[in-house]
Design a binder for this molecule. Structure first.
Ligand SMILES: Cc1cc2nc3c(=O)[nH]c(=O)nc-3n(C[C@H](O)[C@H](O)[C@H](O)COP(=O)(O)O)c2cc1C
Length: 377
């Protein structure tokens, strides 16, 4: 009798049932803004890019996609508020589905993380506040002074989110991820450094979260909790958006999500990585939220193969989202399966507008599948 060594179990490569969706592995493409949707309309090259990163039973999350004409703050980001945009998404969604993957659309409004030049008629960007973000010397970004939304205008923005979610489903997406992270409009309301309102959308934690909760409720009502996820980053402090009590904020939001039976997933971003003993360490501070949330929990921020396997094995997260590594390695799940070396990412082309360079030209481990993906898209 021949004894075979048992096959190594790779936690990231094990199947998982997320609500009604059957996933064949746990390696998720994190939402990544790529600035290649000219005139806010998704382009055919996005079908190549996303289908390169799509696998049978994998979860792909599309880049942040604007809910309205005032939602943009970066060059050439896609939208989903016009019929033209919905039609342009359809072949991209089809290309991802042909590979057998699930495709969720991340919907956002940047709020004050913008400049008049990105706004209709060069108006001021809208926000919870009229406090301007301090200029960022690193990126050279200059943010315009925002206009504080009047109380009566807020229901209109909630409606924009609702319509965007419906449009995403019409375009064929399997669901939507509400962008409630990284200092954009929802967080500008949620966090106390950027919410200085005195109406029912400011002051107490409940009031500050009211806008986000209204967006969540509206979208759940529109498309069903079984296809709605949200991204939150209570610990992250981008673009002057900080909360004095991130733990209370995270817990309050989890409670609101749990009110919706079957709310699909909560995608949380780790605090910035710390250096411990000369090695970058993920702080793993999301555990209390993971324990409190009833649905699927996705962790993101600084993960590699080893850390991803560890958190899945420990039950710290159900799924792990990869940003920069997946950007540079279209076949990341396959590389993780084989423990193969990874391509390095090129930061200089993250946000450039070329339809190929730094976008669809990262090599596959097996060049063959690269050609196949390109011709199928
Ligand atoms: C080029 C680039 C674009 C990004 N765009 C988005 C975005 O559209 N929406 C979002 O929620 N996060 C965005 N992020 C954050 C990533 O989703 C992810 O959380 C971050 O890169 C940390 O994960 P990583 O260490 O695996 O890269 C972006 C990051 C990068 C590098």
């Amino acid at each position: 009798m021949v004894h075979q060594a048992p096959k190594e179990v790779i936690p990231l490569m094990t199947p998982y049932k997320m609500g009604q969706f059957q996933l064949s592995h746990r390696v998720v493409l994190a939402p990544l803004t790529r600035c290649r949707s000219y005139g806010n309309v998704p382009q055919p090259h996005a079908a190549v890019y996303y289908s390169q990163r799509a696998t049978k039973g994998g979860l792909v999350i599309a880049e942040a996609t604007g809910v309205s004409a005032t939602a943009q703050g970066y060059p050439e980001t896609p939208g989903i508020w016009t019929q033209e945009q919905v039609e342009a998404w359809k072949p991209i969604v089809d290309a991802v589905h042909r590979k057998g993957a699930l495709f969720f659309c991340q919907i956002w409004h940047v709020g004050r993380v913008s400049n008049n030049k990105f706004q209709p008629d060069e108006q001021a960007p809208i926000s919870s506040t009229d406090k301007q973000i301090s200029p960022d010397p690193e990126s050279g970004m200059v943010y315009s002074k925002p206009r504080r939304l009047q109380t009566k205008e807020i229901s209109g923005i909630v409606d924009d989110f609702r319509r965007a979610a419906r449009n995403a489903i019409e375009a064929g997406f399997d669901g939507v991820e509400i962008h409630g992270a990284h200092g954009y409009l929802l967080e500008q309301f949620m966090k106390d450094s950027s919410n200085d309102r005195t109406d029912e959308y400011g002051g107490s934690l409940e009031n500050r979260c009211r806008f986000a909760v209204e967006v969540i409720d509206a979208i759940v009502h529109e498309v069903g909790a079984h296809r709605v996820g949200i991204r939150l980053s209570p610990f992250v402090d981008f673009v002057d958006c900080v909360d004095s009590d991130p733990i209370a904020l995270g817990h309050y939001m989890i409670q609101q999500l749990n009110k919706h039976e079957g709310f699909l997933y909560c995608h949380m971003v780790e605090p910035r990585m710390a250096i411990v003993d000369g090695r970058r360490q993920i702080p793993h501070r999301l555990l209390p939220f993971r324990k409190a949330f009833n649905g699927t929990f996705i962790a993101a921020g600084g993960y590699d193969r080893e850390e991803g396997n560890k958190v899945v094995a420990e039950g710290y997260a159900d799924l792990v989202a990869y940003g920069r590594l997946f950007l540079a390695n279209p076949d990341l799940p396959r590389r993780f399966e084989l423990d193969a070396p990874l391509n390095k990412y090129d930061r200089s082309t993250f946000y450039t507008q070329d339809p190929v360079v730094g976008y669809t030209d990262y090599p596959f481990l097996e060049e063959d599948s690269n050609r196949k993906a390109a011709t199928q898209a």
